[in-house]
Design a protein around this ligand. Structure first.
Ligand SMILES: [Zn+2]
Length: 259
């Protein structure tokens, strides 16, 4: 680490105060907090998942958040997308969320882009990140995020929420990927999007909390409890299951790249 990074990494008195309850934690010392401060995290989607995941990481002290979302806020978003209020309707989600995050924690950097992740811009956005958090509502984007993260060896924590159910898992450079669990042909039904289906206000927020929690474990403590494991949350029974999965030797994404 060069001298400039070391100085930037050090926490100011104000930051020490802001994060004091975290630094008091057993196992979470100043070192872990400084690792968070140096972290660059990309959030794909500023909807039901992204709103809360971004807010929790902002409060916890992740140094730089980049938020991507092309949509504008609609009335039907307010039921679950906790960053938005009625006066925000019509404004861009990414921009509005970023404004709120800066008000919550002045010590971090937030960048907002009112655009969708595409094949043309994905590598540029993902290459410089320490972690990508997917909370988008389109299968095509999920496959693209997975593909580029695998290609560039950038870790990915992917969350989804629909109706009363949620899923969460992590993809790393040497693990199975999204496409190993959900092969393209079986799960490309775009009609299963949140935008078209019902979702209880709490479901995305439960999954966003779990996603943010996993992100902190990874960034601060280098833990990967959901690497090659799929967490399934059932919001009707309140049960959580964790299922192990393996690399699909026929996966066109991660296997093609290791040959
Ligand atoms: Zn794969």
């Amino acid at each position: 680490m060069d001298q400039q990074t070391e100085i930037w990494q050090q926490l100011s008195d104000d930051e020490m105060h802001f994060y004091s309850r975290q630094i008091l934690l057993d196992g979470w010392d100043i070192d872990a907090q400084e690792k968070l401060k140096l972290a660059n995290v990309l959030l794909i989607g500023a909807g039901g998942l992204g709103c809360l995941t971004a807010e929790l990481l902002t409060r916890a002290g992740v140094g730089k958040l980049t938020i991507l979302d092309a949509d504008q806020i609609e009335t039907s978003n307010l039921q679950r997308q906790v960053a938005f209020q009625p006066q925000d309707i019509g404004f861009y989600k990414a921009e509005t969320l970023a404004k709120r995050l800066k008000q919550i924690n002045p010590h971090i950097q937030v960048e907002a882009h009112n655009i969708r992740l595409t094949e043309d811009n994905a590598a540029d956005f993902i290459a410089s990140q320490d972690l990508v958090l997917d909370g988008c509502d389109q299968f095509a984007t999920r496959y693209l995020v997975n593909q580029v993260c695998t290609q560039l060896a950038v870790p990915l924590i992917s969350a989804s929420a629909i109706a009363y159910e949620g899923q969460l898992f992590m993809v790393t450079a040497d693990s199975a990927c999204y496409e190993c669990i959900f092969p393209k042909t079986e799960s490309q039904d775009e009609s299963l999007r949140c935008a078209n289906s019902g979702v209880l206000a709490t479901t995305p927020n439960v999954m966003a909390s779990l996603q943010a929690h996993h992100a902190l474990l990874y960034l601060g403590l280098n833990l990967t409890p959901l690497k090659q494991k799929l967490l399934l949350w059932n919001g009707l029974t309140m049960q959580q299951r964790i299922v192990k999965f393996e690399k699909d030797i026929n996966c066109p994404n991660c296997q093609a790249r290791t040959i």
